[in-house]
Design a protein around this ligand. Structure first.
Ligand SMILES: *Cc1c(COP(=O)(O)O)cnc(C)c1O
Length: 394
């Protein structure tokens, strides 16, 4: 039996009557861009995320772009962001004309290393863009303290982490803006592209709202240069159907993560990442004896497990495990195989691979396993059996 990395059909199929009804409602309304469906979804999302305002936009990428535009970040400004993340985080910084300043990450939680961030602050630093990678919050006390000290704006890239918490606070609500993606692989997936901004600042919300529609206010008058970053009514209607089920999706992902950890941690050479090693500059002794390191949720974090990402230790070992999984029909993915400071498009920034040693190393070690909420438990067992077979044969 093949195990898919992700299968969206069971989740959307279970809601097919409601999704069809929502589709027909929008079809017959004749109102396809913004409007009442988007207003309604924004209110529900703000309430769910504990934010004062939510603004629906065209994608998670555009959410970051609009946040940076609303904060007036542009040429001459520097923005701190992790080098181990999806491209959009830093791509948006460059697109507004600012300079991404890459920061190394922690090998336990995969998020920004705040000590490295502090070292890279300059008089031009205007903002910090933490990413809550794989569904676990970054060290937001550290981010907010650094931001206060240097008067930086904070944009939280919560594309993978809607609903995750940090000391009980929802991610995306601690900075000036939080940005969310509803790309179908994210924990709340639309049936196409969609995203949102969260903010507790009413003035910033109003600015972002104007930027979403060409910087226009009132009609055909443009105090700002914005763009077309609008959310479709159809996507908002679909998301309104799925949002009430979000906590069930999270519960499923948590159950699956716990199942993997429970099974895999019994295998020889497998350890669980140690929360106390967060931010450590070098591998701990326990870690260097491991062949596989399982991900961990810090006790103060509510992890929503967008990904279950292991580290496979040893040169070539990750690729060997991936080939073994693929040969046995088990889907997996490498998030991410090349850190941003080594990407060709950022070559002019002049980074060397070893400037961010953990990002560089993790890119060669990580592999993500199937963890979507509806995956049958037998398939998780199968993935674990295939990994056990790999460890005993290699
Ligand atoms: C998915 C993702 C984005 C972009 O979201 P889209 O909706 O695909 O534009 C940005 N940042 C991170 C970390 C992501 O995972």
């Amino acid at each position: 039996m093949n195990v898919n990395l992700l299968d969206l059909k069971p989740q959307n199929g279970a809601l097919e009557p409601e999704l069809q009804e929502a589709f027909l409602r929008v079809l017959r309304s004749g109102h396809f861009i913004l409007g009442p469906e988007v207003d309604r979804f924004e209110k529900a999302l703000a309430s769910f995320c504990g934010a004062k305002h939510a603004l629906g936009v065209s994608s998670g990428t555009d959410a970051i772009l609009v946040a940076l535009m609303a904060l007036n970040i542009g040429p001459g400004d520097e923005v701190l962001c992790p080098s181990f993340t999806f491209f959009a985080t830093a791509g948006c910084v460059s697109r507004v004309g600012a300079k991404p300043v890459f920061v190394d990450v922690c090998p336990v939680c995969f998020n920004l290393d705040l000590r490295d961030a502090a070292r890279r602050v300059t008089p031009r630093t205007k903002a910090i863009l933490p990413v809550h990678l794989f569904g676990q919050s970054a060290d937001m006390d550290g981010v907010l303290a650094l931001a206060r000290e240097h008067k930086l704006h904070v944009v939280e890239d919560a594309a993978q982490a809607m609903g995750a918490t940090y000391h009980g606070r929802q991610v995306g609500t601690m900075g000036d803006f939080g940005t969310i993606s509803f790309f179908p692989t994210k924990n709340l997936g639309a049936l196409g592209d969609a995203g949102a901004l969260l903010t507790n600042d009413t003035a910033l919300f109003e600015r972002a709202k104007i930027l979403r529609m060409h910087g226009m206010e009132p009609k055909y008058h443009h105090p700002l240069i914005g763009g077309n970053f609008r959310l479709d009514a159809l996507q908002a209607a679909m998301l309104s159907v799925k949002l009430p089920h979000f906590n069930d999706y999270t519960a499923g992902r948590r159950r699956n993560a716990a199942h993997y950890t429970q099974r895999l941690s019994l295998l020889p050479g497998v350890s669980i990442a140690r929360a106390e090693d967060c931010g450590c500059a070098k591998a701990s002794a326990a870690e260097s004896a491991s062949r596989l390191i399982l991900p961990v949720a810090y006790p103060h974090n509510g992890h929503i497990w967008n990904q279950y990402t292991l580290r496979v230790i040893g040169p070539g070992r990750r690729d060997a495990l991936r080939a073994h999984l693929t040969a046995r029909g088990v889907g997996s993915e490498i998030y991410y195989p090349l850190p941003l400071h080594e990407q060709a498009c950022f070559a002019d920034l002049g980074y060397q691979p070893q400037d961010m040693p953990w990002s560089h190393r993790l890119a060669g070690e990580v592999i993500s396993l199937p963890i979507y909420p509806e995956i049958p438990v037998e398939q998780i067992e199968q993935v674990c059996a295939v990994i056990a077979e790999f460890l005993s044969a290699n």
